[in-house]
Design a protein around this ligand. Structure first.
Ligand code: GLU
Ligand code: ZN
Length: 284
């Protein structure tokens, strides 16, 4: 068994991160497997070296260890680019120049009918740029979207195995049909103009590169899993097992976000908590 914890170095780790990391670590250790760490720093506008240093410090303090060198996504842009090129060559991508406001307006246009649907990445893209020609070299200065109609023709019904649970209790073998992929997920962005990749593309390529057998992460990413399985099918990568866990919430029931610095692991540590106290707080 190989599990991983894949934080973005854009703020302090909080109790929710501690839960994900310790659970992934304990699952691998109990099975005699390996726990890996990966730094998801493709958003170079928000990633900071001091947050990366704080991640190592917090996780070591919690008693976790992992093989080094640690995989860092900012080192892997050529690998992501090669995967994009292969999708582009097969006509599965198209460039998109829409701004957020264009998408809101198009999604609300009356001819679309009904209320605009929210997908894993926000509003389901209304398809404005899908008609753009896809011949010639892959444009690098524009966002690239996956044509989900074409992609789902290749994949058919996708499935993955869930050993935790989704937000509505989904567990066991989870199946997603092309209709759902097209209408509830839609043409997601696989490469952002200023990044040369996206969370979805990088996470799929890197889970495969690290030989991850079990992806342990919060339920907030359950809906993105269908996207990840589509990409695994298109890129010929294996599908790991998934274990989505419930989210740690504060006293008012609100889920913790990175900006909730009051819940930072380092804060509890500074206030005198031991690593065991942290485990107790999150019920592990
Ligand atoms: N980097 C993501 C985050 O910090 C997690 C990615 C994943 O576990 O798939 O939210
Ligand atoms: Zn567009």
């Amino acid at each position: 068994m190989r599990t991983r914890f894949a934080p973005s170095p854009t703020g302090p780790l909080h109790l929710g991160h501690a839960y994900s990391a310790i659970l992934a670590h304990d699952m691998a250790t109990a099975a005699g497997g390996t726990f890996l760490l990966r730094i998801e720093d493709i958003d170079q506008g928000r990633a900071r070296p001091e947050w990366e240093a704080a991640i190592y410090d917090d996780l070591h303090w919690l008693g976790l260890s992992w093989p080094v060198p640690v995989m860092r996504q900012s080192d892997r842009l050529p690998t992501y680019r090669a995967a994009l090129e292969s999708l582009w060559t097969r006509g599965l991508l198209y460039p998109c120049t829409c701004r957020r406001r264009d998408i809101q307006e198009a999604a609300q246009a009356p001819q679309e009918g009904g209320a605009p649907l929210m997908g894993p990445d926000g509003l389901v893209y209304p398809g404005t740029c899908r008609v753009t020609p896809r011949d010639g070299p892959m444009p690098l200065d524009q966002a690239l979207r996956l044509d989900m109609r074409l992609a789902s023709k290749h994949t058919g019904i996708i499935e993955f195995s869930e050993s935790g649970s989704g937000p509505s209790g989904q567990a066991g073998t989870v199946r997603v049909d092309p209709n759902t992929l097209i209408h509830e997920i839609g043409d997601i962005v696989l490469s952002r103009r200023d990044m040369g990749t996206s969370y979805h593309l990088s996470v799929v390529i890197d889970d495969a590169a690290q030989g991850i057998t079990h992806v342990v992460r919060g339920q907030d990413l359950f809906d993105a899993t269908a996207i990840h399985v589509v990409l695994q099918r298109l890129l010929g990568l294996p599908t790991p097992e998934y274990h989505h866990h419930t989210l740690i919430r504060d006293e008012s029931g609100k889920r913790l976000a990175k900006r909730d610095d009051a819940r930072a692991i380092s804060r509890y540590r500074a206030d005198g908590d031991t690593p065991d106290d942290i485990r107790r707080r999150i019920g592990l």
